[in-house]
Design a protein around this ligand. Structure first.
Ligand SMILES: [Ca+2]
Ligand SMILES: [Ca+2]
Length: 101
């Protein structure tokens, strides 16, 4: 059995390939693939739907080499940002719970 962090890392890698292999370059996520990944793998975070302007901005920010697709490194930046948001979110929840006590 894998330790939880090892399992989480393998999920992060496998999830990329599951969607990147659907169309065109199998090692890059195009917009349609990224859209599907967000809808199916982060449904709670995006609250069930994609906001078009937010999505376009996200793609632009993440697409470091401007080829309109996300390679694994660009996707890794996205994961790091998402993890950082999670950390802030849970930190705020913890602060709020502490204040209530
Ligand atoms: Ca692809
Ligand atoms: Ca790119």
């Amino acid at each position: 059995m894998q330790a939880p962090l090892e399992e989480a890392l393998s999920v992060m890698v496998n999830t990329f390939h599951k969607y990147s292999a659907k169309e065109g370059d199998p090692l890059k996520l195009n917009k349609a693939e990224m859209r599907e990944l967000l809808l199916h793998e982060l449904p709670t975070f995006i609250r069930g739907k994609i906001h078009e302007t937010g999505f376009e901005n996200l793609m632009k920010k993440l697409d470091g080499n401007k080829d309109e697709e996300l390679d694994f490194q660009e996707y890794a930046v996205f994961l790091a940002l998402t993890a950082s948001l999670c950390n802030e979110f849970f930190q705020e929840c913890a602060d709020e719970n502490n204040r209530k006590r």
